[in-house]
Design a protein. Structure first.
Lengths: 329, 501
């Protein structure tokens, strides 16, 4: 008997749920979102726990809970260079309870480079806010004779095909920057690929390579204790964490290279909910506690609201598509 | 600060209640895994990695390393008492250990194994403490050519040392290398063996392969045979009689040296250390005929060697980021998942982490000594947990574990696939450990080879033009020549027992 009663109870709950769902569907959208969020919001991170994106996501979301008046749950979906996780964000239910971290330019490069194997496109995302823009950095050992990017160009011109240049490997945005560097300066270097910053830095310190492209944020601890010499960074203007380091453009190399990290929802979510989310994120970004934590973690902060973020993404997308059409890198 | 100061600093962190707790959990789980036949340290460590995601990296590695070295202790107990090795590094201990137990000397066998394990383990960690930083400084001279040469060296040793036949070893190594090719080519970005599956773009996950080959396949294999354990004899008197102290001490000394030397060699394993130690003891003994009839050296030597191995195997991991055995490769995976890149810079960038882990190993070994000496009887009972309860549990943990890494059902399917493959490999006596190691080395060998080519102006000759890589490459050629000669002469008896993990 007990079992029978149990199943009846279940039926009743199910009916109630159906009724509630129907009612929710009937009410106008403005009231629909009013009590948002009613349950924890899932945030998909397309990379492994403990990685740079994951740590950034957890810090941002922790701080954002205060402003969204709800909880976030991080769901790590690593694999295929982030493509699996980005697909999961793009195809998530459009109820506002699943958002995710996007990493331009990687999120843009996947559909360009992997073609129809990747089942999402830029239009599938509604960018909520950008939080971090990590510029590329050109780095040499501290005792190197290379003191500026011009020195790198001169050295490469003097001895063509000799300078050992470490970078993130083919297909990365670093590879494209390096290609552009060679083309615009009319030089040729030895391109040595590295899978991760750790071994790359080890090789630089051991003078296995002469100079390298990497991300500025990962060089900040070494930069502080003068373990490396940062020749230039790939941002539009100088960054707070390395005020004495010129940009690529100041060094005569007309390029920018940014690895961005921000939040996005799948397109089609109720605008009211998107407004709640983007407002909460804007306030999170201005939160002093969050900013202090970000500084601790060497995260170069850079806020972009939904419209600005989309403009930047569209511009980046067009740039990468054009370059890819010329020649994959 | 010198190594000793840093180590004391490490103790400060390792002795916090939190880290002590995880150290204790780690060694207890390791001891369990060691005692339980059917689940070895590779699967055990792999299965527990997902549980560490929420932990801070130091506690996580303290716990996982604890499992690794504790398994070497636990394996002895069942080998001696019920003639069933709990893990493969204790296979050889069965021969003389069980004979000793039948003669009523089980206590002496377990006592000498625990003491030997402790000495071997601690001496190896002392080396890790003092030699580690030196190697780490020196390791900055290691560029891609040197890494390539070290790993080639390891790969050749795998072929040379593992399994009963060179041909089967080669099959395993080629399969491993083949699997490592799946995914994007590091040099050109070209897609290889994807079968239009985005899930394969990053290649096969090492954890999936390891858990399938060592967790699932082991369960499949054991399901075939009756796993009911004999009732263990009572253990009395853990101190060996006085006249056995001398030979036992010498065997412990030799085992320590041998295990440590092997720990530094990529491509070796704890089983190889204990096997080699046994044959060494037999060779130096005045009366080799005592072996197989309860010679105490036959227990003391191998059991010391596998523990010294476990400590020393962490030296190349910490200083170069090169795993010497499959279990250490799993630890490497755990490092990476926690955002730590093993290598020379680890000593500069994360000294607090390194020294806390090293200190915890001293503590863990002491815990194990206590756990093993007075509590041996209790552990022997653990081995008699009905297999029909254990097997589904392990299978479940494997599946949940693999799923939790990427939240991807694809990986669970792959796990079962490799479980079945591993099952048939074991049936055909193709060493799965060789496959696993060559898989992990394969990726790195290819990558460092490409880097070497990018650096070199003389093609492959560059490898021979640099002193370190040149020496190693020359050694590779020597090993190659030797294994071909010994294969022709069929002189593989010394290692004839199947050296699995």
């Amino acid at each position: 008997m007990a079992r029978r009663e149990g199943s009846q109870g279940f039926l009743a709950i199910a009916l109630a749920l159906v009724a509630a769902a129907t009612l929710a569907g009937l009410t106008p959208s403005a009231t629909y979102g009013q009590d948002y969020p009613k349950k924890p919001i899932t945030a998909i991170v397309a990379f492994s726990p403990g990685g740079g994106t994951d740590i950034a996501a957890r810090v941002i979301l922790k701080a954002a809970e205060k402003y969204i008046k709800g909880n976030f749950v991080v769901d790590n979906r690593p694999g295929a260079g982030g493509a699996l996780g980005f697909t999961a964000i793009a195809t998530a239910p459009k109820d506002g309870y699943t958002i995710g971290m996007i990493n331009p330019p990687t999120v843009l490069l996947n559909p360009i480079q992997l073609g129809d194997k990747v089942k999402y496109k830029l239009d599938d995302f509604y960018p909520i806010a950008n939080f971090v823009s990590d510029p590329g950095a050109c780095v040499a050992p501290p005792d190197s004779t290379l003191k500026s990017m011009q020195d790198v160009v001169d050295a490469a011109k003097k001895n063509p095909d000799t300078l050992r240049f470490g970078y993130g490997g083919p297909g990365t945005s670093e590879a494209l920057t390096l290609r552009k560097f060679e083309q615009t300066k009319g030089i040729k270097v030895r391109k040595v690929p590295f899978a991760a910053t750790g071994p790359q830095l080890t090789a630089l310190m051991g003078n296995q390579i002469d100079v390298m492209f990497t991300n500025a944020s990962e060089m900040i601890p070494q930069y502080k204790n003068k373990g490396v010499r940062v020749l230039a960074v790939g941002a539009e203007k100088r960054i707070d964490m390395m005020p004495d380091v010129p940009t690529y453009k100041e060094s005569g190399f007309d390029a920018t290279q940014l690895a961005m990290r921000g939040l996005a929802a799948p397109t089609g979510v109720d605008p009211f909910i998107l407004k709640i989310l983007s407002d909460a994120m804007k306030r999170t970004f201005e939160d002093p506690e969050f900013r202090a934590k970000a500084l601790d973690l060497s995260l170069p902060l850079d806020y972009l609201g939904p419209e600005d973020y989309m403009k930047v993404l569209k511009r980046m997308d067009a740039f990468y598509r054009e370059e890819f059409a010329k020649d994959p890198w | 600060m010198d190594a000793l100061g840093l180590l004391l600093h490490g103790f400060q962190s390792a002795l916090t209640l939190n880290n002590l707790f995880f150290c204790f959990i780690g060694v207890t789980v390791g001891q369990f895994i060691g005692v339980l036949p059917g689940i070895g340290p590779v699967a055990g460590t792999a299965v527990l990695i997902p549980l560490t995601f929420g932990m801070n990296p130091t506690s996580a590695i303290i716990m996982l390393a604890g499992i690794f070295y504790a398994a070497m202790y636990g394996g002895t107990i069942t080998s001696v008492l019920i003639n069933t090795p709990g893990e493969s590094a204790s296979v050889i201990t069965c021969i003389d250990g069980y004979q000793m137990a039948r003669q009523g000397r089980a206590g002496a066998a377990l006592g000498v194994a625990a003491i030997g394990s402790f000495i071997g383990g601690v001496v190896a960690i002392v080396c890790l403490t003092f030699i580690g930083p030196v190697i780490a400084r020196y390791a900055l001279r290691f560029g891609p050519p040197e890494f390539f040469a070290v790993m080639m060296f390891g790969l050749l040793l795998i072929v040379g040392l593992m399994g009963k036949s060179v041909v089967k070893g080669l099959i395993a190594v080629f399969l491993g290398l083949l699997l490592s090719l799946i995914g994007q080519d590091p040099a050109t970005g070209a897609e290889r063996f994807l079968f239009n599956q985005l899930n394969l773009l990053d290649g096969i996950d090492f954890l999936v392969l390891a858990m399938g080959m060592f967790g699932v396949s082991e369960i499949l294999l054991n399901a075939e045979k009756s796993m009911d354990m004999a009732k263990p004899p009572k253990v009395k008197g853990l101190i060996p009689p006085r006249d056995e102290w001398g030979p036992a001490a010498k065997a412990i000394g030799r085992g320590t040296a041998l295990g440590m030397a092997l720990g530094l060699v990529p491509g070796s394993s704890a089983s190889i250390a204990s096997l080699l130690s046994y044959s060494l003891e037999k060779r130096v003994a005045k009366d080799p005929s005592r072996f197989g009839k309860g010679a105490i050296e036959g227990v003391a030597g191998p059991e010391t060697a596998n523990n010294a191995y476990a400590g020393a195997a962490l030296i190349p991991l910490f200083t170069l980021g090169i795993p010497s055995s499959p279990t250490v490769a799993i630890l490497l995976g755990a490092f990476v998942m926690h955002g730590l890149i093993p290598g020379p810079l680890l000593y500069q960038k994360n000294p607090d982490f390194i020294w806390a882990v090293v200190a915890s190993m001293f503590i863990g070994n002491s815990m194990l000594l206590i756990m093993n000496l007075p509590m041996a009887n209790w552990w022997a009972k653990v081995a008699r947990v009905p297999y029909k309860l254990l097997a589904p549990l392990v299978l479940l943990i494997c599946m949940v574990g693999v799923f939790s890494v990427k939240r991807n059902v694809w990986d669970v399917g792959l796990l079962i696939f490799f479980g079945v493959v591993g099952y048939f490999m074991k049936k055909l006596q193709i060493p799965a450990a060789a496959l696993l190691l060559s898989f992990i080395l394969g990726n790195n060998i290819e990558f460092t080879m490409i880097q070497t080519m990018a650096l070199s102006r003389h093609g492959l000759w560059y490898l021979f033009m640099r002193p370190i890589s040149g020496t190693l490459m020359a050694l590779c050629l020597v090993i190659l020549a030797f294994s071909i000669i010994s294969a022709i002469k069929k002189k593989r008896d010394a290692l004839a027992a199947d050296a699995e993990v």
